[in-house]
Write a protein of this length. Structure first.
Length: 201
């Protein structure tokens, strides 16, 4: 039975499916004990479902690294809804397109991704997608956009037993059909939104 994350972290066990913000959805296949500096350290072996990769993470560091169970249905719905909300530019007035402005936003985005909260990741995706409607994204912006799209599509596809391609279609929908209109206003970019669809996958 798939254990779901509902805002409270728990103890992980062998065969649990988890989400690791650095790489995506994985299964804990075994717990290995190793002696390090005279102490026994328990390591969880994570085998990723969408990447040919296996890593070992210390048991005591799992939660601090953002490892959690797969998001529950309510959190996924909240993430989808976040895509249709006005971007932070709508609230704060503008994006700062200077090098220092991007550096600040990049750090903020990475912290949200590392935190592993699917709703916050959806907000990062929305902000960058709105930017893309009015300007060519820089390399760093494209990298973060693709990273978030990869992580969210992995998790939602696994949670709802759908294809990753269908998830990506839903993620892009608010920005593809003209629901959002990106316009430069002064030094910034504002986003307007339409009403989100009544049903999403």
């Amino acid at each position: 039975m798939l254990k779901l994350y509902q805002g409270v972290l728990g103890m992980f066990q062998v065969n649990d499916t988890v989400f690791y913000p650095a790489h995506g959805v994985a299964t804990i296949t075994e717990v290995i004990e190793r002696s390090v500096g005279g102490s026994v350290v328990k390591l969880h072996k994570l085998c990723f479902l969408h990447k040919d990769m296996t890593i070992l993470l210390p048991q005591h560091s799992m939660q601090s690294l953002g490892v959690r169970y797969i998001s529950c249905d309510a959190l996924i719905n909240d993430a989808y809804s976040e895509l249709w909300r006005p971007s932070r530019a709508k609230i704060k007035g503008a994006f700062d397109f200077s090098p220092s402005g991007w550096s600040k936003r990049q750090k903020e985005y990475q912290l949200k991704i590392q935190g592993g909260n699917i709703v916050e990741m959806a907000g990062v995706y929305r902000d960058i997608m709105i930017l893309s409607t009015s300007k060519e994204l820089a390399f760093g912006e494209k990298t973060i956009l693709h990273q978030v799209e990869d992580l969210m599509s992995q998790e939602i596809a696994h949670a709802r037993t759908v294809t990753r391609e269908s998830v990506v279609e839903v993620l892009k929908k608010p920005f593809r059909d003209g629901s959002f209109v990106g316009d430069f206003v002064g030094d910034g970019l504002l986003g307007t939104r339409a009403t989100p669809p009544s049903t999403v996958i």
